[in-house]
Design a protein. Structure first.
Ligand code: ATP
Ligand code: MG
Length: 245
């Protein structure tokens, strides 16, 4: 359902990604691995439509619809969700307000500050429990003073509640403790089971000890240099990227 065709991306006039082709099908977990600075986050931002990430060539298609020129909000409404490598703090915006605003936007509600329904609030509280955060986080300012692992848990909570078609997670395991990694892997498995397509960026295969990816693409220096099945992730964990560059 998500198709990236021959994508080239430029940031500040510098080409970061070239000739990227990849596909994430419904109910599929596609892992992207690669060294620091290889362009993984750039790929995630380009798909989500972040400003400053200029698509110089190629296309991004979701269920055959061309998203390449759409604004980030429009892409989100069409079903693209990005969990950031470093989720930004949002002073003054409660986590629950952020989630309800996003839900209401999807539903076409005009006044996004409209109070949540009991149903939304209940879903948020249940979700918090599931990701291992206490209920009090619903009323905390989103990501303000959250620890690294707490931010990651809050991101996956949003991925669960917003019901996107494609979930892109940029290093969802970074900063997480052992139980946190297992939990995130379990939730990724559930999202996959619901038929969502997952694009998961990571450095280490530790998350894949719990859940095996269907496909793995290796990104080095802005290009995909290898593609394979789940076993490729374990090979990288053992041998690094030397054999791919
Ligand atoms: N605004 C910018 N100006 C100049 N260079 C940039 C900018 N944004 C990204 N880059 C460069 O693009 C390259 C790819 O960065 P990116 O963040 O996509 O890497 P990454 O694979 O996600 O790395 P990491 O594993 O460290 O998160 C890096 O060399 C980075 O310095
Ligand atoms: Mg990155």
């Amino acid at each position: 359902m998500l198709e990236i065709e021959n994508l080239a991306v430029e940031v500040e006039g510098k080409t970061i990604l070239e000739n990227i082709n990849l596909r994430v099908n419904k109910g599929e977990l596609h892992a992207i691995m690669g060294p620091n600075g290889s362009g993984k986050s750039t790929l995630a931002y380009a798909i989500a439509g972040k400003g400053g990430y200029v698509i110089r060539n190629g296309k991004i298609l979701l269920d055959g619809e061309d998203l390449t020129r759409l604004e980030p909000e429009e892409r989100a409404l069409k079903g693209i969700f990005l969990g950031f490598q470093e989720p930004p703090p949002l002073p003054g915006v409660k986590l629950s307000t952020l989630i309800v605003a996003a839900l209401n936007k999807r539903r076409g509600v005009k006044d996004l500050t409209k109070l949540s329904s009991m149903r939304d609030y209940k879903a948020i509280l249940e979700g918090l429990e599931k990701v291992g955060l206490s209920k009090s986080y619903a009323l905390r300012e989103a990501n303000v003073g959250f620890s690294g692992g707490e931010k990651k848990r809050a991101e996956i909570l949003q991925a669960m509640l917003l019901d996107p078609k494609i979930v892109i997670l940029d290093e969802p395991d970074s900063g997480l403790d052992v139980e946190g990694v297992a939990k995130i892997a379990e939730i990724i498995g559930e999202l996959r089971g619901e038929g969502k397509g997952l694009l998961v960026i990571t450095h280490y295969a530790r998350i894949f000890k719990h859940i095996k990816p269907d496909k793995v693409s290796i990104l080095v220096n802005g290009k995909i240099v290898a593609k394979g099945g789940g076993e490729l992730a374990y090979k990288v964990d053992d041998e690094g990227y030397k054999s791919f560059s």
